[in-house]
Design a protein. Structure first.
Length: 286
């Protein structure tokens, strides 16, 4: 499919309406308001981890410093290659410049990877969304219906200080399990992340949800907010490929097995967006 921008003959990014150069125009065709009331959101690539590429180019420069011209050329080439790789592989999403919140759909959720090895984060988050029964305070930017509240507890790793004694003490003391509340729309399959919440999910050593149970490392001390949010609920350790049961005083439910959903495209002619779940259409045309 070709880019929809006028006089552009480039191929559109897979699953998108425009090419890399005109991808920002998605926000004009399909405008989304920030659910926090900040105004229109921009449609852009996720952040480039430029620090790693700078470090790589700097190391290459030091290794070749005796051949100064070659060292400069290699460093520039590494940075250029890194930028090109990011452009080809990065996912696009709606984000707010003011509050720095991010809106992800079921496709872009698969770009979230946990550094501690907790697998299938998108499946876990969508499972929580499917089974959520409490309404959030904010409305979905896609359909203007109140979003669902998704409580997730998480445990962050120690931040090394470089001082051996302090680092050893940190290792001996269990980290605190904190609580974040995501917001999701069951109809559109959109999940809203406030500033820092995606990073917390990526860095977490342990994650807990009512539907998928608990995944990651076991050792932690539970914070007050997390304890209150999951009070009275029986939490089991999540096992990949098997169902996890969550029980409290009011309800009993069985979570679905955590499996990757197949991607299908919208049935509307000329639309290059992915369809939501088992529907024939994307969230724009459903």
């Amino acid at each position: 499919m070709k880019c929809m921008a006028v006089e552009c003959s480039s191929d559109a990014v897979e699953g998108e309406l425009f090419c890399h150069a005109h991808i920002r125009m998605t926000a004009e065709v399909d405008p989304m308001e920030c659910p926090r009331g900040c105004g229109p959101m921009a449609y852009k690539q996720d952040r480039w981890n430029v620090g790693l590429w700078i470090l790589g180019s700097f190391v290459a420069f030091l290794l070749l410093i005796e051949m100064f011209v070659l060292a400069v050329l290699v460093s520039i080439s590494i940075m250029t290659w890194g930028g090109w790789q990011h452009k080809q592989n990065a996912s696009y999403r709606f984000s707010c410049f003011r509050c720095e919140g991010v809106l992800l759909d079921h496709k872009t959720l698969f770009g979230i990877k946990n550094y501690s090895g907790i697998s299938d984060l998108p499946g876990k988050l969508m499972s929580e969304l499917d089974n959520s029964i409490e309404s959030s305070e904010i409305k979905c930017p896609g359909c203007e219906v109140k979003m669902a509240r998704i409580p997730i507890s998480y445990v962050l790793p120690d931040q090394g200080t470089g001082i051996t004694i302090i680092d050893l003490i940190q290792l001996a003391v269990p980290n605190t399990m904190n609580l974040m509340e995501l917001d999701g729309c069951r109809d559109c399959g959109l999940i809203w992340f406030d500033k820092g919440e995606i990073d917390n999910i990526k860095k977490s050593q342990t994650l807990r949800g009512e539907s998928f149970g608990e995944a990651g490392k076991k050792r932690y001390s539970e914070g007050y907010q997390s304890r209150e949010a999951f009070k009275g609920i029986k939490i089991e350790r999540a096992v990949e490929g098997r169902s996890v049961m969550a029980i409290d005083n009011k309800r009993k439910k069985t979570g679905s097995s955590l499996s990757r959903r197949e991607f299908t495209y919208c049935s509307i002619e000329g639309c290059n967006s992915l369809a939501f779940r088992s529907l024939e259409y994307c969230h724009r045309h459903k």
